[in-house]
Write a protein that binds this ligand. Structure first.
Ligand code: ATP
Length: 445
């Protein structure tokens, strides 16, 4: 955010107001002071980007009335009430009505700025969230937006646009979770084939005995009608071959034969049909090396590698991390129908200080746990509120996992057995808490 965050201040005492404006300016806010509550409502609404801090006791309209009026204009616009009379039942009632926060005078500049910063970041997320929903409603394909302003991403977006126009086959290389499928979908979306299917084939899951049936379609079984094959489904569209390096030599040959023929003869059909396909293949292994080592057929490699796009690991475009995290956070909040979670200083430190070996997929998971309030980085050490129940549970869970790894001297299999966790759950939790088994290995050398 380039502009300073905006706070509208409402207080009938002009001296106090002037002092607040001063201290908030120092804390980096733009402050708009109002001594007249009715005037302070002017211009507020669903697009207004700031938050409101209002005194409770004022002649004419009190703070609760100010809140009710604002709430009617936009229930997600944070209103913080300030009172000189610390009255717990009143505060509880106000918070239940939807008042964002309730502070007691006299309040120091630090806690006031912290409370306002929380409200401002919640407001920013609400507005971004709305913008995203509008985009989704407008039909913009959110899942194929290639986010990032790093030079490599800007170049990639431009290449994707050019490649989409041509009909050639494409090979996408990059580590797991770096965005290969997203790029493939973006190419499809921007190509003249966009109205036809994008058919995803997980090569690692292809079964040698059923390969032909899957690609060409299965014969009718009893009363079940014939299932169309993947090639048929992708006719005039895009066939995405995910993890092509996982194909066995026999399947590499079979696949090459099928896509070279550019025709299909569905079982039972009288004559072959011309097949119009664009093939996009992806690999997280170095396919050229596999080819040199004889593990990947050179004819299939050259067939696919006419246009090769290489995606870097996230650690090589760190400048995109904050924007991607915000994008994933908004997406998670919208998907899970949760209020927008503020991005705390500890979370920012985590974003900047961690290596993200699982790339965008890991960052997306981290954003989702943050949206759910499960990340131990959410609120720990933030403000006087402490980490909250979800944060404490997460910290406790992380501690149990560390204990298990310590006892198992870094052996992940033993640790997961001790915790009676399935492998995937165990690794998801390691990712979420940023725990590395290697850190618990005992160095006996
Ligand atoms: N540039 C991007 N902008 C926004 N989201 C992205 C971008 N690239 C990837 N993503 C998101 O990151 C996650 C991982 O991306 P994707 O599945 O495309 O990676 P992949 O390289 O195909 O992974 P794998 O190698 O495991 O198949 C997905 O949720 C995807 O929506």
């Amino acid at each position: 955010m380039t502009e300073a965050p905006l706070v509208r201040l409402v207080d009938d005492d002009p001296d106090l107001l002037a002092a607040q404006v001063q201290s908030l300016k120092i804390a980096g806010f733009r402050a708009e002071p109002f001594t007249e509550p009715a005037e302070a409502l002017r211009g507020l609404g669903p697009d207004w980007p700031g938050v409101v801090l209002s005194d409770v006791r004022m002649p004419g309209m009190d703070g609760f009335q100010v809140f009710e009026r604002i709430h009617a204009l936009d229930p997600d616009l944070p209103v913080i009430l300030l009172t000189g009379h610390g009255d717990v039942p009143m505060a509880v009632a106000a918070l239940k009505r939807g008042v964002y926060d309730f502070l007691t005078k006299p309040i120091g500049g630090g806690p006031l700025a912290a409370a306002l910063a929380r409200a401002v970041s919640s407001r920013a997320l609400v507005l971004e969230n709305r913008a995203l929903r509008q985009q989704q409603q407008a039909g913009a394909a959110a899942e194929t937006r290639l986010i990032g302003q790093s030079p490599v991403m800007m170049h990639l977006r431009e290449t994707v646009g050019r490649v989409a126009e041509t009909g050639g086959d494409v090979l996408i290389l990059g580590p797991g979770g770096s965005g290969k499928e997203t790029v493939a979908r973006a190419i499809h979306r921007q190509s003249p084939r966009r109205a036809r299917a994008f058919v995803h084939v997980a090569c690692a899951a292809l079964d040698e005995t059923r390969f032909e049936a899957e690609m060409l379609g299965a014969e009718p079984q009893g009363r079940n009608p014939r299932l169309p094959g993947r090639l048929e489904s992708a006719h005039r569209g895009t066939l995405y071959l995910d993890e092509i390096d996982a194909l066995s030599p026999a399947l590499q040959a079979a696949l090459l034969a099928l896509i070279e023929a550019r025709e299909i003869r569905p079982p039972g059909a009288a004559a072959p049909r011309a097949l119009d396909l664009r093939v996009i293949a992806s690999s997280s292994a170095d396919l050229a090396r596999l080819m040199r080592e004889g593990a990947f057929r050179s004819d299939l490699y050259y067939r696919l590698a006419g246009i090769t796009l290489t995606l870097p690991p996230l650690a090589e475009r760190r400048e995109d991390i904050p924007e991607l995290f915000r994008h994933f956070l908004i997406e998670a909040a919208a998907r899970l129908d949760l209020p927008a979670a503020p991005v705390t200083g500890t979370v920012k430190a985590r974003l900047a200080g961690y290596g993200w070996p699982g790339n965008l997929r890991e960052l997306r998971q981290f954003a989702e746990s943050h949206a759910l309030g499960l990340s131990p980085f959410d609120a720990a050490g933030e403000g006087e509120d402490g980490p909250g129940l979800a944060g404490l549970v997460a910290e406790y869970e992380a501690e149990l996992i560390r204990d298990a790894l310590r006892l198992a001297e870094g052996n992940a299999t033993q640790a997961m057995a001790r915790l009676r966790l399935p492998r995937k759950t165990f690794y998801d939790k390691l990712n979420r808490h940023g725990i590395r088994p290697a850190d618990f290995r005992v160095n006996d050398g």
